[in-house]
Design a protein around this ligand. Structure first.
Ligand SMILES: *Cc1c(COP(=O)(O)O)cnc(C)c1O
Length: 360
């Protein structure tokens, strides 16, 4: 028997389950299981990647200054208070590692992102998972879970897989009511799709204990490249910078994200396409007698009667060559999370669903 022991928490980690991408026997698989952009990456970013590829022998800049400037310009933020990471996952990892350890508690909600327990255990901290109310984060339930061991509260807004949004007033109430030594992290991976929501930027701008995280993986279609960022109080960003690896982002990543951030037409195109197809899909789902909340993201959560019905629906989708995401691990054994595609893809989803409901 080995005497070598991993750090506390590591053996508690259950490996992350990604969305399926293979469906043997089908040659036209439609992957709607990972909330990826149906339009792919912007051509501006692909061009930047090709150019950056000629510089692969060079170490990348460590300060990310140009990318931070582009992000700050787009969202009217202070570039000094932006920290870029390998996906927003890394930004979350850094803030947790910087502020929590053995004996500390990290609160998140029952339908929150599945990376939260993983990142909590990585730091040796204790996860505290609290219920939501009708698939929406409930501020009072979160506050009731706060103890003197609480170090961070992680809120996904809009939620994944719920697609619901906690109104800005409620986020503000949460930020105000938390003890001054507890950090509120607002994970805004789907912010761009949520009409009128700033991702928590105003709170991160003005509160000493609020961090907003954002990503290039969703609306920017760059999930395969891994670029995210965080925005928060200067003191917090300065702490986080100390444990961010200097070369965490490659020149290719930096170039692609910078080009994408400057591509405002792309953002508009993708957000508009998503809103249009999301509404078509939501209407069709409801007309077929299935439950579905209004979504503020690039997916919808369809709720079947029970797990058995969701299994049948999943089989019907698979038979039609469509991969969607079952979400039992998020507290929805009866749920089907379907990424919103383009018009033709949405036609295909609606046809498969209709066929299953009317003949299955
Ligand atoms: C997709 C997603 C992210 C983004 O992860 P990246 O590491 O930036 O690709 C973060 N939070 C939630 C809730 C997500 O769904």
């Amino acid at each position: 028997m080995t005497k070598i022991k991993p750090q506390p928490g590591i053996m508690e980690i259950a490996l992350y389950q990604g969305g399926a991408s293979q469906l043997p026997g089908h040659n036209d698989v439609l992957k709607l299981s990972s909330n990826e952009n149906p339009l792919g990456p912007p051509s501006s970013a692909m061009k930047a990647v090709a150019e950056a590829a000629a510089q692969l022998h060079r170490y990348p800049p460590t300060d990310h200054a140009e990318l931070r400037a582009a992000i700050a310009d787009l969202w009217s933020l202070d570039p000094e208070r932006i920290l870029c990471g390998v996906g927003s996952d890394e930004v979350l990892q850094i803030v947790i590692q910087a502020y929590a350890g053995v004996g500390d508690e990290i609160i998140f909600t029952e339908h929150g992102f599945s990376m939260y327990p993983i990142l909590t255990h990585m730091a040796g901290a204790t996860p505290v998972c609290v219920p939501e109310k009708n698939r929406v984060v409930d501020v009072d339930t979160v506050l009731a879970a706060v103890t003197d061991k609480t170090r961070l509260v992680l809120i996904t807004n809009p939620g994944n897989p719920t697609g619901t949004v906690l109104p800005e007033g409620e986020l503000e109430r949460l930020a105000d009511a938390l003890p001054a030594d507890v950090i509120l992290v607002i994970d805004g991976a789907y912010t761009e799709y949520a009409e009128g929501f700033d991702g928590g930027a105003a709170l991160a701008e003005t509160r000493p204990n609020v961090l907003m995280t954002r990503t290039f993986s969703k609306v920017y279609g760059l999930g395969g490249l891994r670029i995210g960022w965080g925005y928060g109080p200067q003191e917090m960003i300065d702490v986080m910078r100390r444990i961010r690896q200097p070369f965490n982002l490659s020149g290719v990543q930096l170039a692609a994200a910078e080009a994408a951030a400057k591509d405002r037409d792309w953002l508009r195109t993708c957000v508009d396409l998503n809103a249009e197809q999301r509404s078509r899909l939501t209407d069709a789902v409801r007309q077929l007698g299935l439950a579905c909340d209004d979504s503020s993201a690039n997916f919808v959560l369809v709720r079947c009667a029970d797990a058995a019905e969701a299994d049948a629906a999943d089989q019907a989708f698979k038979a039609a060559g469509i991969l969607i995401r079952r979400v039992p691990g998020y507290g929805f054994p009866e749920g089907l999370r379907i990424t919103v595609g383009d018009a033709r893809q949405t036609d295909r989803v609606i046809a498969a669903l209709t066929n299953w409901r009317t003949t299955g």
